[in-house]
Design a binder for this molecule. Structure first.
Ligand code: FES
Ligand code: MG
Length: 573
């Protein structure tokens, strides 16, 4: 492989020349206390840090930045930290998804406008992984993604707790009156015990696993718990490796292609990964110009057994997965389904699997003892979802996978919230709960409202699952018979807008269909008469979002950010 020369480094345009401008660039480095030989005649590596005082999953990032810098210095380059939007899944309202594209835009422009030759992207809490990677793909400088790693397992009263999943589970028990207020409070203190991302196979671990399989992280790195000393060592290795990648000129466009996307589809299914991946992977692939359709998720689901036994679909948690061999162990089991020659930041996928083993057959199941033989993901189409919608069948009560029931429709989250607490609500376990105006534009930002709470009245009767349909997303740690991402959304007059309480809806997961039992003409007439609730986005980012966001099946990127062709380097004057 031809190596870059010093003169070819991008940062040399800032620091190399002997003109007036470069005098300013160098003297201002010295203003910060750096000597010329700290930064001259070597690559400059940007470290994109999604840390803040409100990024609860990234509290170890200040230390990891130092680990990364240690690797960069060792490899003979100059590290610079560039903070970016931290996007806490918990604190950013109305939903972090509203800002994923803003982070992507920020990363792209941070890298473009600064004197850097390559970058380490630090992320993990849900949207920070696709957000940083989307920006990195578009800028197409050498980059490596450093995953935050999962937090420690949770516990209360001797029981092990998984992020998100067990909150939903025990909240239903609290509402049903089977656990006490005091137990509930104990859970609050015991469920999130350390730095790191949610330790179920929620969106965070789904996306960091996918980032690794796409080739953007060091082999095995996505499974390492945040608090493990191996995590610091991995961060240091990211720093070392990115410097080599700069000399090799190994860019995202050399790594991500249809093979890497197919590898990601295999692993997404084997993990029974979060439904959010169906938005994020589509967005990342479209940035790279790699063709992908929603039905690809379903096609791969037919071939790939769910062998990862992690909550919410299974039993265990990320630390158990790590000890059982982690993502490398899992990939080793699925070697026959993977493109082993696909490129990664390290070499090839196949090279990254050298020596990989599975140490616990219950956590990572053998192919003949899967959690589900196939079908981790199903994409349904029908007259209320012409561009598709998604369901995760293994996480649903099987009786609801073939079901007809009357709709009970809610036009807003607040309306739905009030209704489910009403002990006189006219609802049975056979009803199909429908929530609309919760899509990319309607939400706005396609909030994670798709796991509609079971009405309290039914919880008391012991009901724990119902069919639910929405144009929202749901948390990767959620479960149940939830049909999500209905596209097009109701706010842009998708046919979901036509459903009325009492209409019959049939879902047949085997046939991949969802059907509203109303004549086509009547659906059209109802949609024509429908006025979406007023959206009030008078200014700023909200306004730009509503004007440019694409629909769920297209990845919810902004129309003007897709692809990466023809973006100019800044002029330096
Ligand atoms: Fe950060 Fe779940 S809240 S990963
Ligand atoms: Mg989440």
């Amino acid at each position: 492989m031809a190596r870059k020369t010093l003169e070819e480094l991008r940062s040399q345009r800032w620091f190399g020349p002997k003109d007036l401008r470069s005098f300013g660039h160098r003297s201002r480095m010295m203003q910060m206390g750096y000597a010329l030989d700290d930064f001259m005649a070597k690559p400059v590596i940007g470290i994109i840090n999604t840390w803040s005082d409100l990024a609860q999953c990234h509290t170890h990032f200040p230390q990891r930045v130092e680990d990364i810098k240690r690797g960069i210095w060792q490899a003979g380059a100059f590290p610079v930290e560039l903070p970016a939007l931290s996007l806490s899944e918990q604190y950013v309202k109305p939903t972090s998804m509203l800002y994923r594209n803003l982070l992507a835009l920020e990363v792209e422009e941070l890298l473009r406008s600064h004197p850097v030759d390559g970058a380490v992207l630090m992320g993990g809490c849900d949207k920070t992984t696709p957000g940083t990677i989307m920006g990195g793909i578009s800028m197409d400088l050498p980059m490596i993604f450093m995953p935050a790693g999962p937090m420690m397992r949770g516990h209360f009263g001797g029981k092990i707790l998984g992020s998100g999943s067990d909150v939903w589970k025990y909240y239903a028990e609290k509402e049903a009156g089977t656990i006490s207020e005091r137990q509930w409070n104990d859970m609050e203190a015991g469920i999130a015990r350390s730095a790191g991302t949610c330790m179920t196979m929620g969106t965070a671990s789904t996306m960091t696993s996918i980032a690794e399989v796409l080739g953007f992280s060091l082999p095995g790195s996505s499974s390492i718990p945040a608090g493990d000393a191996a995590h610091s060592r991995m961060a240091m290795q990211c720093g070392k490796r990115i410097v080599e990648m700069v000399w090799e000129d190994l860019k995202p466009s050399d790594i991500m292609d249809r093979r890497s996307v197919e590898n990601a589809l295999v692993i997404h299914n084997a993990l029974a990964g979060s439904t959010n991946a169906m938005v994020h992977l589509v967005a990342m692939a479209r940035r790279a110009g790699v063709p992908i359709k929603l039905t690809d998720f379903d096609d791969f689901a037919q071939k790939v057994p769910v062998i990862c036994n992690l909550r919410p679909s299974g039993e265990w948690l990320m630390e158990d997965f790590f000890i059982a061999g982690g993502i490398r162990g899992l990939m080793k089991r699925l070697e026959h389904l993977l493109h082993l020659e696909a490129r990664t930041v390290f070499g090839t996928i196949g090279e990254g699997l050298e020596g990989a083993e599975v140490y616990n057959d219950d956590v990572i199941r053998p192919l003949d003892k899967p959690i589900a033989a196939s079908g981790g993901t199903a994409i349904l189409y029908g007259n209320i979802a012409p561009h598709g919608c998604v369901i995760k069948p293994p996480a649903a009560d099987p009786r609801l996978l073939h079901h007809t029931g009357p709709a009970i429709v809610f036009d807003s989250y607040d309306e739905m919230s009030k209704a489910v607490n009403d002990m006189d609500l006219d609802v049975t376990p056979d009803h199909v709960m429908v929530l609309r105006n919760a899509g990319p534009i309607g939400g706005p930002g396609m909030p994670e409202w798709g796991m509609l709470p079971i009405p309290k009245k039914l919880l008391k009767e012991g009901v724990r699952d119902m069919l639910r349909v929405s144009d929202a997303r749901m948390s990767g740690t959620s479960y149940g018979a939830c049909i999500l991402h209905v596209s097009p959304e109701s706010a842009i007059r998708g046919p979901l807008a036509a459903v009325r309480t009492g209409d019959l809806i049939t879902v047949d997961v085997t046939k991949r269909s969802i059907h509203l039992h109303v004549e086509d003409e009547e659906i059209q007439a109802r949609v024509a008469a429908w006025t979406p609730p007023p959206r009030n986005y008078p200014r700023g980012y909200y306004k730009m979002f509503a004007q440019h966001v694409l629909q769920a099946h297209e990845g919810c990127d902004f129309d003007y950010l897709e692809g990466a062709q023809g973006i100019p380097e800044p002029e330096i004057h």
